[in-house]
Design a protein around this ligand. Structure first.
Ligand SMILES: Cc1cc2nc3c(=O)[nH]c(=O)nc-3n(C[C@H](O)[C@H](O)[C@H](O)COP(=O)(O)O)c2cc1C
Ligand code: SF4
Length: 505
């Protein structure tokens, strides 16, 4: 009998290692023929540790499972959830990027191939570089790190740049609040990211790749390092990628933990061993990136989506989605919700459906007040904006952004002036200090919100002015987008920015 237990760090945090060990020990004591297989997470975090038992009909889920439940599990007496694939959360999704996550052993390359892995790379090897780039362009894939820039167009710039050496840099800094998709795929299906990076290398003519991975993800670092080693031994990486005669090597580099090091030019400085300060653009990293050479900088999910685009074809991917947001998006649901986790769906699902139906509303049972979408630089979306379909342009039209697709849900007890202050404070702490509107503006922002709290006349107007200056004058999106959470809180909840006596009237 095969029993699957996640090794994802969210599952480990609630005892998955102990449960896996208890199953193995109890089964051995009873002389049962049980193999415990560690997998990634299915993304249903409220069910972790989610244990799955293989049956003729499919895998039956049990969760959350505690060590005390293990004897009943092995006796067949523990109440199950039914077939995992049949659960509402799973049935409602379109899993393309995350098709194998939670299903396979992340470090079993044969299992990876048996589930469609390497098919995209094999197809890419038979194509000319320009054909690979065109395929990615046709798929409509856009950068999942936040800016939503078309991946194929970025690759085309690097392909066209003449250079003796080019690089692929994967941005795995994942600094946005409420996001964990990069971590989940690196822990649950690392070969997908490796395959995506090799395809990117073949497409643009790069022979070296780096994954810039945040130090706060020790499990992901460990799994990625092991996966790179296994891929090298199997010839997926190295001087002759799968016998193609083309070379691609890669390394994992660990960041020291600054939010701004997720910004691509700051990341490149950090990768070069310098201080993580933002570089002025131009030159674009695509032309002068790592060590001054043409460099593709892409988010983990952008790169990990490339294999399925090549495997199933650009049109298959582009057929999902809405407007200029093509394909699927792994949405990460966090904060005050009943059901938090990762939900991959085609672009277009209204925000309200995600919050009220998929996430099941708040855990506290109180009404939802606002959802911050897109990390610390994203807008607070009030209920009035809940019919906004999940898409880049659609959120932009609401004065927001989808960023890395993280939702953090707040109930009616949230203090929105306090959240606006926090946004400014975060910017002040994380600012790289290169430009004045951000370095000084964020500090003044905190002070101005305190003046609003003290009831000072004209301070709200001053805050609006300051936000305009930061938006228009900042060098990068840290200072440039901090006004989004601040202004959205002010616009949607103006009463919370009034002096106490006026607000009470
Ligand atoms: C302050 C700041 C932090 C960022 N953090 C991240 C991050 O953690 N991960 C990421 O992929 N992109 C992050 N970005 C976006 C990157 O600069 C860049 O757009 C992205 O890595 C490009 O890859 P993509 O086109 O695949 O999205 C950040 C941007 C800014 C301004
Ligand atoms: S906006 Fe802030 S983080 Fe960005 S370059 Fe300016 S000082 Fe640095």
């Amino acid at each position: 009998m095969k029993i699957y237990v996640p090794l994802d760090s969210a599952a480990k945090a609630v005892g998955a290692d102990d449960v896996a060990e208890a199953i193995a020990k109890d089964a051995a004591a009873r002389d049962l023929d049980v193999t415990v297989i560690r997998t990634g997470s299915r993304g249903m975090i409220w069910l972790e540790p989610l244990v799955e038992v293989e049956t003729d009909a499919g895998r039956v889920g049990y969760g959350p499972v505690a060590v005390e439940d293990v004897p009943a599990l092995l006796d067949g007496k523990l109440a199950g959830l039914g077939l995992v694939e049949g659960l509402d959360w799973m049935k409602g999704q379109t899993r393309l990027t995350f098709q194998r996550c939670g299903v396979i052993d992340p470090l079993d390359l044969a299992d990876y191939e048996a589930h469609g892995g390497l098919a995209g790379l094999r197809r890419a090897i038979a194509m000319a570089p320009q054909e690979i780039v065109d395929e990615v362009t046709t798929s409509g894939l856009r950068g999942r790190g936040g800016a939503g820039f078309p991946t194929g167009i970025k690759w085309n710039t690097v392909l066209a740049a003449p250079a003796s050496q080019k690089y692929i840099v994967c941005n795995a800094d994942e600094g946005d609040s409420g996001t964990f998709a990069d971590r989940m795929i690196m822990e649950g299906d690392p070969f997908t990211l490796i395959e995506g990076m090799v395809i990117a290398g073949l497409a643009v003519g790069a022979t070296q790749g780096y994954v810039y991975l945040r130090s706060e993800y020790p499990d992901a670092i460990d799994i990625m390092e092991k996966a790179v080693d296994l891929a090298r031994r199997a010839g997926v990486l190295g001087a002759d990628v799968l016998g193609s005669g083309r070379a691609f090597e890669m390394e994992i580099r660990v960041g020291a933990g600054a939010y701004v090091c997720g910004e691509e030019t700051s990341l490149l400085n950090s990768l070069e061993g310098k201080r993580g300060v933002v570089r002025s653009k131009p030159p674009l990293p695509a032309l002068e990136g790592f060590l001054g050479k043409p460099t593709v900088v892409n988010n983990v999910i952008s790169l990990a989506t490339v294999p399925v685009v090549l495997e199933k074809g650009a049109q298959h991917y582009a057929d999902f989605g809405l407007g200029r947001s093509r394909g699927t998006i792994p949405i990460q649901i966090a904060g005050n919700v009943k059901y938090g986790g990762l939900y991959e769906t085609a672009f277009g699902m209204p925000l309200g459906q995600l919050v009220d139906e998929v996430a099941g509303g708040t855990l506290s049972g109180r009404p939802v007040k606002a959802v911050q979408v897109g990390g610390p630089l994203g807008a607070y979306m009030p209920r009035a904006a809940f019919d906004t379909p999940f898409g880049y342009e659609e959120f932009d039209g609401q004065g927001g952004l989808i960023g890395h697709a993280g939702l953090v849900v707040f109930d009616d007890s949230a203090d929105m002036r306090g959240m606006a202050r926090f946004a400014m404070e975060f910017c002040a702490v994380e600012s790289c200090g290169k430009c004045t509107p951000c370095r000084i503006g964020a500090v003044r922002g905190v002070e101005t919100i305190d003046r609003i709290a003290a009831g000072e006349a004209g301070a709200v107007e001053l805050l609006e002015d300051l936000c305009e200056t930061m938006k228009d004058g900042s060098l990068c999106a840290l200072g440039g987008f901090t006004p989004y959470p601040v202004m959205s809180a002010l616009r949607a909840f103006p009463e919370e920015f009034l002096p106490a006596e006026e607000a009470a009237e």
